[in-house]
Write a protein that binds this ligand. Structure first.
Ligand SMILES: Cc1ncc(COP(=O)(O)O)c(C=O)c1O
Length: 498
């Protein structure tokens, strides 16, 4: 007979003060891991169904579903359709000999040494934000690297090395190389209506680093911080990891619902993706941009504007930045070259008011010091010589065709199974299904075919309002898209016949 653990210590852990700032799913996941670490759960032990546990803990069933999915993704749980959720053997700490035998024997039980701080444990159980190194349909957020002009990049790289000699091999400025800062300032002024001088641009390894820096330098632990719901998980993790109290604000077809934000107790900041909301794809309306700016000014709050993929807008022009409308310098503008160039380049940037440049650059010296100088100089020349604009223009039309192919083939092969929201831009499309059961069923079915359907519901804080996937289309040719969708159709038909 399977061991079914008593739930009382899980309840206790769920309400523990040190976890109070975390979301319910994260608290459940951490409580289960705590049990595993303490030896109170062992391989093959069965957890209650999500419905039973939700009733017992008085939380939404979706929260338990999200926690279980997270535990499954991290290898703690095995979920077997129709029979339940079981602790996986790989989750159990490897204790040797006698200790392993005594692990479950009450007062004598061996308590594993507490390795991580509470903050460390929260960061670890949050799962971080891992870019998939494998590119296969429909991993989201990945640009097409097969189309990158590697030869031009190589040529410029060698030129820069030749011209600058050992200078390109030395340590760099924590705020970035001057010529790259200048080229970025020029580019975003022209393309995104950002108002800044080059001195306000700080070159970083990624937008993720910008989020981490804003989290540590602008806010204190326990500060209320508003965030779009659903939300980019990298942003959520960055602010959670710094102990901010996240205040989810719903989004609709016009972006973040500012009328709700302004009614809530004042937050110290807000994270937004106004040009192309992640993951719904909506655009923040002008009226709401103005309401948001007024709110930030009145509350002395910061707006963190993540403009992660606005180079790729397919229908008309993208709206220009919120930063460009802000007369009061309350907006931090964040951008990245991960999508427009390639993810391993590790170059992103943020634009901050002048008074924040030095403090941010100093904080950055405690992280990684600076970005690779040779890569910054190569990128700077790549932009200056017009290759960047040319590449973006080319990829915009490639991605537009792939988006259209995805929407067309989806309608042809999977009509009626899910609804695709046609994105106006970006590298992925949100596809909705009715509930968490079908979301899970599709994800499992796809996984058997080596297809990734990144889960939509996990991007919600609290009860998910939508289920489905955020399917990446940009990195796959129309043929690859079609074949993957046909595979899905066939598996779906076989399942229905059973
Ligand atoms: C909304 C959003 N912001 C930022 C990023 C990541 O950019 P970076 O690689 O520069 O951290 C992503 C990546 O998918 C994203 O979706």
């Amino acid at each position: 007979m399977k061991n079914r653990p008593d739930l009382s210590s899980l309840e206790f852990k769920l309400h523990a003060e040190e976890l109070a700032h975390l979301s319910v799913p994260l608290r459940i996941a951490m409580a289960v891991k705590h049990w595993v670490a303490k030896g109170l759960l062992r391989a093959d032990d069965q957890l209650p169904s999500s419905r039973q546990l939700a009733l017992r803990l008085k939380v939404a069933r979706e929260s338990v579903e999200i926690a279980y999915s997270q535990l499954e993704a991290e290898g703690y749980l095995l979920r077997r359709m129709g029979s339940g959720s079981f602790i996986s053997a790989t989750a159990i700490p490897q204790l040797s000999g006698a200790s392993a035998v005594r692990r479950r024997s009450g007062p004598l039980a061996v308590t594993p040494v507490q390795v991580l701080s509470h903050r460390g444990e929260a960061i670890h159980s949050g799962g971080g934000v891992v870019d998939q190194p494998v590119v296969r349909p429909f991993v989201a957020g990945v640009p097409d690297l097969r189309s990158f002009p590697v030869d031009i990049w190589k040529k410029i790289y060698s030129q820069v090395l030749r011209e600058t000699g050992s200078r390109a091999l030395q340590a760099g400025d924590p705020a970035g190389e001057a010529q790259l800062r200048r080229n970025i300032a020029h580019h975003i002024a022209l393309q995104r209506g950002v108002h800044c001088s080059e001195a306000q641009v700080i070159v970083l390894t990624s937008s993720q680093q910008a989020l981490a820096l804003t989290a540590t330098m602008l806010f204190d632990e326990g500060d209320a911080f508003a965030i779009e719901n659903p939300c980019y998980h990298g942003a959520r993790r960055a602010y959670e990891a710094n102990g901010l109290k996240l205040v989810p604000v719903p989004v609709d077809d016009n972006g973040l619902r500012t009328e709700i934000l302004t009614q809530l107790a004042p937050a110290r900041g807000v994270y937004i993706t106004p040009s192309h909301q992640y993951p719904t794809g909506s655009t923040l309306s002008l009226e709401r941009r103005q309401a948001l700016l007024a709110w930030a000014y009145e509350n002395s709050a910061w707006i963190i504007e993540d403009d992660y993929d606005s180079e790729f807008h397919y229908d008309g022009h993208p709206t220009s930045s919120v930063q460009g409308l802000d007369p009061h310098e309350r907006t931090i503008y964040v951008g990245t070259f991960s999508k427009s160039m390639f993810p391993s380049l590790r170059i992103g940037y943020m634009v901050v008011p002048l008074k924040l440049v030095q403090p941010m650059a100093t904080a950055r010296t405690l992280m990684d010091g600076h970005c690779s100088v040779i890569h910054q100089l190569t990128l700077s020349r790549f932009i200056e010589d017009g290759h960047f604009s040319k590449h973006v223009r080319k990829m915009r039309s490639v991605y537009r065709a792939r988006r259209d192919a995805f929407v067309f083939e989806f309608a042809k092969h999977l009509e009626g199974t899910a609804t695709v929201t046609v994105p106006k831009g970006g590298l992925q499309a949100a596809c909705q299904v009715a509930d968490s059961r079908s979301e899970q069923a599709w994800i499992n079915m796809a996984r058997d075919q080596d297809i990734d359907l990144p889960r939509l519901s996990r991007l919600y804080i609290g009860t998910p309002q939508q289920f489905g996937w955020l399917a990446g289309f940009a990195a796959y040719t129309p043929d690859e898209i079609r074949l993957a969708l046909i595979k899905l159709k066939e598996t779906w038909r076989q399942q229905r016949r059973r």
